[in-house]
Ligand binder design. Structure first.
Ligand SMILES: *Cc1c(COP(=O)(O)O)cnc(C)c1O
Length: 351
């Protein structure tokens, strides 16, 4: 079992940091007149700074995800959480993160902004984690964080739970599992592992299955100790009052969200079958997420053809592992019909 010591892993300046203390943190009580934060008395309720620790929102998320509030962090999108984790643990110019290709590239961008070196390992030819190489790098003390995405963007496949556990056991640093698409997967989330592995941090987002990309809300799940570190270094008011209110409103009706997810899963099935039956695609990847990746020699032509008809998809031509890739987000049934109609017309031109 890992000899994980959070304090030893932290950057020394973060360990000794005395956090900024905001007006809303210092005063805890009921008051009729708030003259402590230089706010305006006009334009209620948005004249007031939001709750810096988002307690109502976390209480609801805690109930929904069956995990104590103390193990939750919310950020301005999960991209903020990725950045905070790198800043907490990686000394610029010295430490490294480990990530994989093809995968979500924000880990790399965030590390590079922070002048943190990236070790980028290719996935195996069947797009699984290169476990032996991970083991080899596990004892390098300069590798502070491993970023794993499951279901993986842009491929759509899952990392088995047993592999995540094995990595948590052998790696001396922090294991970050990005579950942005877990709501679409047959396996669901691995939140139940949070109590078991102190070096595991899960991140989820309300941008995909929950339909709130415009509000910016990411959720982190980790030990109380790690959540404490994130709370200490985050911008005091990182989640706006409008976001807190609107997310809470949406989360009142969890049944509606679940119904929408089921509709997207039905559409994924329809789109997958259609793509598989088309002669245009050399490969169509089974997906546990709300997108489907294909490979086709026509990737650029088809991309342009769809763009000219007002349908935007994403080219994922990531050398050397994933050449000629196109990624289709699963939309509504109406959107899907239009997409499939254009692809059929394109196919007629080609054959
Ligand atoms: C879309 C996506 C995110 C972005 O999350 P935000 O909460 O919108 O910042 C994070 N991780 C992966 C793998 C994604 O595909």
């Amino acid at each position: 079992m890992s000899k994980f010591d959070l304090n030893r892993l932290l950057r020394p300046n973060i360990k000794s940091l005395k956090p900024y203390s905001s007006a809303r943190t210092e005063f805890k009580g009921q008051a009729n007149i708030l003259l402590d934060a230089n706010e305006s008395p006009y334009n209620e309720p948005y004249n007031r700074y939001p709750d810096p620790f988002q307690s109502k929102l976390k209480a609801r998320l805690s109930e929904l995800k069956s995990i104590p509030s103390e193990n939750l962090f919310v950020g301005n999108g999960s991209d903020e959480i990725i950045d905070l984790l790198i800043r907490a643990f990686c000394i610029p110019g010295k430490d490294k993160i480990l990530t994989f290709t093809p995968s979500y590239t924000m880990y790399i961008t965030s590390a590079e902004i922070n002048d943190v070196e990236v070790v980028e390992l290719p996935l195996t030819s069947d797009f699984n984690l290169p476990l032996d190489e991970i083991t080899r790098l596990s004892s390098d003390p300069s590798v502070k964080i491993i970023f794993i995405c499951s279901p993986n963007n842009p491929v759509g496949n899952l990392v088995p739970r047993s592999e995540i556990e094995k990595i948590c056991q052998s790696f001396q640093g922090l294991v970050v599992l990005d579950e942005a698409y877990a709501d679409f997967s047959s396996e669901g989330s691995l939140t139940s592992l949070i109590g078991k592995y102190p070096n595991l941090c899960l991140i989820q987002t309300l941008s995909k299955a929950y339909g709130m990309a415009g509000l910016r809300l990411g959720v982190g799940y980790a030990s109380e100790e790690l959540i404490g570190v994130l709370n200490k270094i985050k911008p005091p008011y990182n989640v706006s009052q409008a976001t807190q209110d609107l997310v809470l409103e949406r989360l009142k009706n969890a049944e509606l969200v679940e119904q929408q997810i089921r509709q997207l899963l039905t559409q994924r099935e329809i789109l997958f079958k259609f793509l598989q039956e088309s002669s245009l695609f050399a490969r169509v990847f089974p997906s546990q997420a709300n997108f489907i990746l294909v490979q086709t020699k026509y990737f650029r032509e088809l991309y342009d053809y769809l763009c000219e008809r007002g349908v935007v998809v994403r080219i994922r031509d990531i050398q050397p592992l994933l050449n000629q890739g196109l990624r289709f987000t699963v939309g509504s049934s109406e959107e899907n019909v239009v997409l499939m109609k254009h692809i059929t017309e394109f196919q007629t031109l080609k054959t």
